[in-house]
Design a binder for this molecule. Sequence first.
Ligand code: AMP
Ligand code: FE
Ligand code: FE
Ligand code: ZN
Length: 271
Amino acid sequence: MRYADLHTHTYHSDGTRSPREVIDVAQRHGLEIIAISDHDNLAAYFEVKTYADEQGITLVPAVELSCGFEGVDVHVLAYAFDPLDETIAAKLRLFRDARERRGQRMVERLQTLGYDITVHRVEELAAGGAVGRPHVARALVEAGYAPSVSAAFDSLLGTGRPGYVEKDRFRISEAVSMIRSAGGVTSVAHPSSYPDHARIVPLALDSGVDAVEAIHPDVPEPDREMYTNLARFRGKFITGGSDDHGTVKTVETLGSIRIPESLIGPILERL
Ligand code: AMP
Ligand code: FE
Ligand code: FE
Ligand code: ZN
């Protein structure tokens, strides 16, 4: 039996690890199936696919998409689609461009409020990948305005806080059909993290999402059971992953989640 981590991030979005480091650390933990699910970016897959093959690791094409649902930011993980699909590539590029403009707007807003951080530094931290609030948070931490990334979210960057700026998002049905057209499947990421999630997650499944990420550090045990049952009841499947971001987050760590390959047949059979 092989084990998988289907949710990781690199410096191509808001993680701090390189794609190679993700492969190496995962391998040290005995994981053999890995998905690098950067926000709006497939660069890690292309960067590290050959290396993963050499190491005997099955690398699953993946991406994490932000979808708007009743004003809530619902994350949808996409797997095992054709990584060369041009529609996906074009759409992700648009979202990354929008993220860059949004990063600038967040910095300008914070500057107006007296926080001495720069667009230049935020873009440096994003290193050409998908710009996100964690990069702005790191700039704030570096400048001494917050003790940690999560404290910066609590005080300034969380939804409705003074530095928060909305992000362009998919509709769930639009994300689902784009990924399905490219041969892939989708999963509702970290289902417990949405307000009113017990209502919203089933509605996301109604929109055509194929799976629920029942196994995730932010999903408590009772919810894991609830979402596993929901998936089974609806003829869906479950996925799982650590949501590792390297040093940005302290809770989600590579190796903490191990998903047996027997649970993720619909992904593996598409590779
Ligand atoms: P964005 O996509 O730019 O809106 O940023 C959302 C990302 O910020 C998520 O994918 C997480 O990686 C991170 N994040 C969200 N909430 C927090 C939090 N409270 N503390 C630390 N990181 C967070
Ligand atoms: Fe993230
Ligand atoms: Fe997420
Ligand atoms: Zn994630």
